[in-house]
Design a protein around this ligand. Structure first.
Ligand SMILES: Cc1cc2nc3c(=O)[nH]c(=O)nc-3n(C[C@H](O)[C@H](O)[C@H](O)COP(=O)(O)OP(=O)(O)OC[C@H]3O[C@@H](n4cnc5c(N)ncnc54)[C@H](O)[C@@H]3O)c2cc1C
Length: 275
């Protein structure tokens, strides 16, 4: 039961949503509610107004931009994302990350924008967005703009701002996502996404680290190698242990090794994908 006292508003369009968010301190964006409503229920967050963006036309749909990138509307559900042919073909790590989320109910209600914005939890999509070199499209007091997934993962959505879409370069299937879930919560104990580019692999990790992040040192150790399991595990052993944040019955050593094993698996899967 949610005992908090707040108004609920369903704006007719994005502009109205932005006016509501900008004009009411304590207003929060509501999408699928899969993080926000439990947080309001258990008192870990507060709101004076919930601005429901889930049905806004401007946030819906998956298509291509003129330069061939995928544009994934922020209100796309995780279930839609996991099954969409354009995403499966062009950004399979993103489809797999969406598929790895929670259970069918969470995937049917939870949205791409909400999963990217659910700060404080190690959610699955940000790591795939990092590996894919994606950009996050925002609308807010400063107008419309895009930021890198890396900057967005570091700071989250600015105040009074709506994530409108995720823009993902979609060159093909040489990409993969692997996850070991925390058995109690289904959130990632460790999740890894990789994308193989001509310059070497892009590798991102979450769950095992303090926040979703790329691993540039591991990437450069592996560039030009055959991505064997031995090479990948050695590349992870060379990382400082402080990178991996122990907890939930794990040690930094265990998490570093797990990240290496998942990365080796993801690279093998990405290489095996038909081009
Ligand atoms: C039982 C259960 C299991 C789960 N398992 C997993 C899991 O395995 N992996 C995983 O990654 N997640 C998991 N989740 C979390 C779930 O996937 C996310 O909470 C969900 O994707 C968030 O999307 P939402 O649309 O429900 O966001 P909401 O809950 O509506 O919002 C989440 C946050 O994002 C903000 N927000 C939402 N949309 C926007 C937007 N367009 N612009 C700006 N800010 C926005 C909200 O203000 C809020 O702060 C689980 C949740 C539950 C309840």
């Amino acid at each position: 039961m949610i005992l908090a006292d707040f108004d609920y508003v369903r704006p007719a369009g994005l502009d109205e949503a932005l006016v509501l968010l900008g004009g009411h301190p304590g207003a929060r964006v509501l999408a699928g509610g899969q993080s926000l409503l439990p947080d309001l229920g258990n008192g870990t967050t507060t709101a004076r107004m919930l601005v429901d963006v889930r049905r806004l036309e401007e946030l819906r749909g998956i298509g291509r931009t003129p330069d061939g990138a995928l544009r994934i509307g922020a209100a796309t559900t995780l279930a839609e994302l996991a099954a969409h042919p354009l995403v499966l073909a062009g950004a399979p790590e993103l489809a797999a990350a969406a598929r790895a989320n929670g259970d069918p109910q969470v995937r049917n209600m939870g949205t791409a924008g909400g999963n990217l914005s659910a700060a404080g939890r190690p959610t699955d999509l940000p790591v795939a967005a990092l590996a894919a070199d994606a950009r996050v499209e925002l609308a807010g007091p400063g107008g419309r703009r895009t930021v890198t997934a890396e900057d967005f993962a570091a700071s989250g959505p600015p105040p009074a701002t709506v994530v409108t879409a995720l823009l993902v370069p979609a060159p093909g299937p040489a990409a993969a996502f692997e996850k070991t879930a925390d058995r109690a919560t289904r959130y990632p104990l460790c999740a890894v996404a990789v994308r193989i580019t001509p310059g070497g692999p892009r590798i991102a990790v979450t769950g095992a680290t303090a926040r979703p992040q790329r691993l540039p040192e591991v990437e450069s150790r592996l560039a030009g190698t055959a991505y064997t399991t031995e090479a990948v595990l050695a590349a992870f052993r060379a990382e400082p242990r402080e990178l991996f944040v122990p907890g939930r019955g794990t040690s930094a050593e265990y998490l570093g090794h797990l990240a290496g094993v998942l990365t080796a698996r993801a690279l093998a899967r990405a290489q095996a994908a038909p081009s």
